[in-house]
Design a protein around this ligand. Structure first.
Ligand code: ADP
Ligand code: MG
Length: 589
């Protein structure tokens, strides 16, 4: 009895510190958050021994007067929220009023601060939560917090700190996170006298990304943009051929607050993989901006987790931004060219040389692509596309690939897969509108398939009609195909019919899904095969088609259909790694 006691503040604060202050990087994070909330334009971070002995954060923000400088160390002392309702729309990084009290409880803190409208500032010294000194000092406007001997009074905690390099890595990461979110602020991080980070303020996000990640990574990123009501998304995601096996390059921000959110990562990843990405994770930097009352940031002590009030809005925003970006950029796999070595035997002579097209005229963007079979019913196919560029068609290679050049470099297309994708996209579109367009055959194709299969096929005649086929029994064990869906390659009719027969074997209760699976298979069987030599018009048709595809990266079954070799890739392979523009002026090299 009578054993319960209210803990003295110094102990209570030390316990609270356990949640807020895990390691030097958390101190850096809290102090920088405060500087950003104080509208600083310059933030200077200085650490010693990985933050174990000294962490100093200096800013040129609004500062504090003497009263506030003392109050700031009280628990739950904050200038950022006043009423319970304020918790519903937090627009600052801090709001709990716990950080300074917690940090001061487990270290020796000196705070120096001055507001712009005063001539002098205040210095407050606190050790282990106890106020030691308050004095008036001269200093420029802004705030400087020096934290010495973190966990000096908590030996158990101190033992759990990792090595200097590891702690330093966490700190650098923390500075980078915030630097990404605040490009208009200059950030500097030094370890003893060594400068680790120096990002000068810039006016656009993209420039800050280049400062943090470098040009070569940004070369591989596709910009994302989206708006939905009050929600806004700005971001960058890597091309489908660039990514990683671990979630290491994922940077998500909500109202400029760095967050971790598996749901959001999964959403991006799934969209991305639909465009042929074979990696587990993309490189991703995303800034979401939404009204503060649409997101709850008070979910977890670390403030790293958030809860969205309307996840479906976020979903729509992300999907829309991804679709637009991938349609506009048409990102493709890049060929990684290593310098060629001369060891070994000479290359075999190619049995089917590149058939170069002698006279090259640019193909104008066409609303109605040239039809492979000159069937006018095809011309109504138009997938809304950005203006195609003017690719220069080089020719066909190995009767399998089309080689062309556009403003981004060389492009290699798989003729079969492009045609397959085109058929699939066109047919799915027409199916949505009711039925597939049909093309009648000048000479009907007669197929001997045996009486059983004839019966089976004819049982579903209505469906085949809807899909653009006209199939009639022809004698005892044969059918005559009089019309086929527009686009079927003339010599592929037989194999397409076999795809229909196969499909009957795998009828599934989910008819919609089954239909799409069959369309994929039929598209594959009905498309030009590899080994088919193409006329110049046919090649042009296919290359124009590629620029109009909704998904220009993979065939319906997921195989890569386009590979790119940029001018940079080629220069690099030849060892021209420095500024490529300067190189132009030195034409003789
Ligand atoms: P919170 O950020 O959650 O309000 P903190 O303990 O981090 O709580 O800070 C307490 C208060 O001290 C802040 O609300 C702010 O008014 C003031 N403060 C802290 N750091 C700074 C700074 N660098 N510049 C100006 N004011 C600051
Ligand atoms: Mg704070």
């Amino acid at each position: 009895m009578g054993n319960i006691r209210i803990l003295p503040d110094t102990i209570a604060n030390r316990i609270a510190a356990g949640e807020v202050v895990l390691r030097p990087a958390s101190v850096v994070r809290e102090l920088m958050d405060n500087s950003l909330d104080a509208e600083a334009k310059h933030i200077d971070v200085l650490v010693e021994r990985g933050g174990r002995s000294v962490i100093e954060v200096r800013d040129d923000g609004i500062g504090m007067d003497e009263d506030d400088a003392l109050l700031a160390f009280e628990r739950h002392a904050t200038s950022k929220i006043r009423r319970p309702e304020d918790l519903m729309h937090i627009s600052t990084l801090g709001f709990r009023g716990e950080a300074l009290a917690s940090i001061a409880a487990v270290s020796r803190v000196t705070l120096e601060t001055r507001t712009r409208d005063r001539d002098s500032g205040t210095r407050v010294v606190i050790e282990g939560g106890k106020l030691k000194r308050v004095e008036t000092i001269a200093l420029p406007p802004g705030t400087r917090v020096i934290v010495r001997g973190l966990f000096y009074n908590m030996p158990a905690r101190r033992k759990f700190l990792r090595g200097i390099q590891t702690e330093l890595r966490y700190i650098t990461q923390t500075v980078q996170d915030l630097a990404l979110a605040y490009p208009e602020v200059t950030f500097r991080l030094r370890h003893h006298q060594r400068e680790l980070v120096y990002y000068v303020s810039v006016s656009v996000w993209e420039d800050r990304l280049v400062q943090v990640f470098g040009n070569s990574m940004m070369d591989k990123m596709i910009p994302l943009k989206g708006n939905m009501g009050d929600y806004r998304l700005t971001g960058w995601i890597s091309r489908p051929d660039t990514g990683s096996r671990t979630p290491e390059t994922l940077y998500l921000f909500v109202n400029r607050r760095p967050i971790r959110d598996r749901w959001l990562v999964r959403l991006f990843r799934e969209c991305w993989q639909r465009y042929g990405a074979r990696w587990d994770y993309p490189h991703l930097v995303v800034f979401l901006e939404l009204p503060p009352d649409q997101v709850d940031v008070n979910v977890h002590p670390s403030k790293l987790e958030v809860r969205f009030r309307e996840p479906s809005n976020i979903q729509g925003l992300v999907r829309g931004a991804m679709e637009r970006a991938f349609a506009a950029e048409r990102p493709t796999v890049h060929l990684d060219m290593a310098p060629v070595s001369r060891v070994g035997s000479p290359p075999p002579i190619l049995n089917e040389p590149v058939r170069l097209i002698s006279q090259v005229k640019p193909t104008p963007p066409q609303e109605n692509p040239v039809s492979l079979s000159d069937d006018p019913s095809r011309s109504s196919i138009s997938v809304p596309r950005p203006e195609p560029t003017f690719p220069r068609l080089w020719g066909q290679f190995q009767a399998c690939y089309l080689i062309l050049e556009d403003e981004k470099g060389l492009l290699i297309l798989d003729q079969h897969l492009v045609h397959e994708r085109f058929l699939y996209e066109t047919w799915s579109q027409h199916l949505l509108e009711g039925s597939l367009r049909s093309q009648s055959l000048l000479v009907p194709v007669v197929l001997e398939i045996g009486p059983n299969k004839v019966a089976k096929l004819m049982e579903y005649e209505d469906r085949w009609n809807k899909w653009g086929w006209s199939i009639k029994p022809f004698g005892p064990g044969a059918v005559s195909v009089n019309a086929a869906p527009a686009g079927v390659w003339p010599t592929r009719i037989e194999s397409a019919i076999h795809a229909l027969l196969d499909a009957l074997e795998s009828m599934s209760p989910d008819l919609k899904e089954w239909e799409h699976d069959v369309l994929k298979d039929v598209a594959c069987k009905a498309a030009i095969k590899k080994g088919t030599r193409l006329s110049e018009d046919q090649m042009r048709f296919l290359t124009d088609t590629w620029y109009r595809l909704k998904v220009p990266q993979v065939c319906p079954h997921g195989r890569i259909m386009a590979v790119r070799l940029t001018l940079n890739d080629i220069h690099r392979a030849f060892g021209r790694t420095w500024n490529l523009q300067m190189e132009d002026k030195r034409a003789d090299e």
